[in-house]
Design a protein around this ligand. Structure first.
Ligand SMILES: NC(=O)c1ccc[n+]([C@@H]2O[C@H](COP(=O)([O-])OP(=O)(O)OC[C@H]3O[C@@H](n4cnc5c(N)ncnc54)[C@H](OP(=O)(O)O)[C@@H]3O)[C@@H](O)[C@H]2O)c1
Length: 214
């Protein structure tokens, strides 16, 4: 699959680019084409695989899937410029609407970041994943498997996101329900950030454990 990563120059985006490039064609997107090219060159050199970089719009127009990996604060301006080039495509949001106030992390969307993105990208099939995956662990899951909840209104998009996640070493996709359930996934990250800070835990993540051993 050909995957664009909007904000692929950042912490999570770069980690996903590296991991996804093993089994997919990856194009890093950025507000700055030069910055995307520099990041792509650095990741290509370190991995020995060909990773491309260009402006967010160009990355999205030449890909089948786009992952949105940018901070909630800048989300609206970046997304509104991508509606036409993402029409008909699967879009995966990793965005967590979080703000630190009075020493605590707080959830700041009235709905969810994914639903806000879907309302801006009419015609795209928006789903939601990766929120509970710390970027430091993306390429280290072989001995530390991570579960990845996916919210989606579309069975096809869920299938696409699920296949992409299954192509990553040590990641296991779980369907969490329609897109509105993204608010519950996104909130878990806010919970983990508070728990991490208050209990001095390094990069906590989630694993779904069933009493029947599955
Ligand atoms: N870090 C994690 O471990 C992690 C884990 C799960 C989910 N998330 C979520 O995934 C998203 C990305 O996280 P991150 O840690 O990778 O973020 P980040 O490194 O801070 O930023 C990612 C990229 O977003 C672009 N960006 C930064 N500020 C922006 C703004 N104000 N407006 C528009 N674009 C901006 C930048 O790309 P350009 O300058 O190249 O455009 C930047 O390289 C966030 O919503 C975060 O909550 C993060």
């Amino acid at each position: 699959m050909r995957v664009a990563i909007v904000g692929g120059t950042g912490k999570l985006g770069s980690a996903l680019a590296l991991a996804l490039s093993k089994n997919n064609d990856v194009i890093i997107g950025s507000r700055s084409r030069e910055k995307a090219e520099l990041t792509a060159d650095r990741l290509s050199a370190s991995s020995g695989r060909r990773i491309l970089g260009t402006a967010n719009r160009d990355a999205c127009s030449s890909s089948e899937i786009a992952i949105i990996s940018i901070p909630y604060t800048g989300m609206e301006s970046v997304i509104s410029d991508l509606a036409d080039v993402l029409r008909g495509k699967t879009v995966i949001s990793s965005v967590v609407p979080v703000e630190k106030r009075d020493g605590y992390f707080r959830y700041v969307s009235g709905t969810s970041a994914a639903e806000e993105i879907a309302s801006r990208l009419r015609g795209a099939s928006v789903c939601s994943a990766f929120h509970t995956v710390p970027y430091t662990l993306v390429n280290r899951t072989r001995n530390m498997p991570i579960d990845v909840p996916i919210a989606s209104d579309s069975p096809d998009s869920y299938k696409t996101a699920s296949m992409l996640i299954s192509s990553l070493d040590g990641m296991r996709p779980f369907y969490s329900g329609p897109l509105f359930t993204s608010r519950y996934i996104e909130s878990i990250t806010v919970l983990l950030l508070n728990i991490s800070k208050l209990n001095s835990l390094k990069n906590p993540f989630i694993r779904i454990v069933s009493a029947d051993g599955r």
